[in-house]
Design a protein. Sequence first.
Length: 211
Amino acid sequence: MTAPEQGKAGEALTLTATLLDTQGQPIQNGEVKFFILMDFFAAGPMEIGEATTNDQGVAVLEYAPRVSGERQIYARYQSVEATSTIALSEADGPFYRPEAGIKLPSWGPRVFFGPESAMRLGEMGEAPTSALYLPGGLVSWLLLVVAAIVLVWFSYFRVMRQIMGIPIISDIRDIDTRLIPRLGLIYVLTLGIFLVLMLVTGPYSHFHLLH
């Protein structure tokens, strides 16, 4: 087995294994499996791929490691193994870049009101600022969520109106018994509007991070 002595994490390496029989003749169409020694909770080989030998008995595997440090590479054919050691340096940058938000289909031009900072997370993953963002415009599926909330809160408002509309028996004639029910209804209505606005524009709802 042959492998580079040095490499870099994230860059492709060419691993080559040659199979010969007892007569020194190449073994064709042999399945060679390649392993790398990893250390998670316990050290052990991890399969990284397999290749088939050609007419010259050579199996070639392209492998891009995601780890660094000194690693052992194994090539195995049936009960026969060959080992090579390679020194892997650190990668120049991360292998992937995470994206915030959920990608969903859009049926129209987006509607956005707010600062540009609301379109991305803050430093150290902090929540973005508040903004109104409808990913699909006026036909956005987000409006279905808002409509459902409005329907539930309207039902709650009707129940509260009926309860507060029950006459209050009072011996004091100069007190307007309808004052408290009216204030209560105004409070419930204001709370419902605030809830809808918080869900649509709130930074912790992440609705405005949808793509």
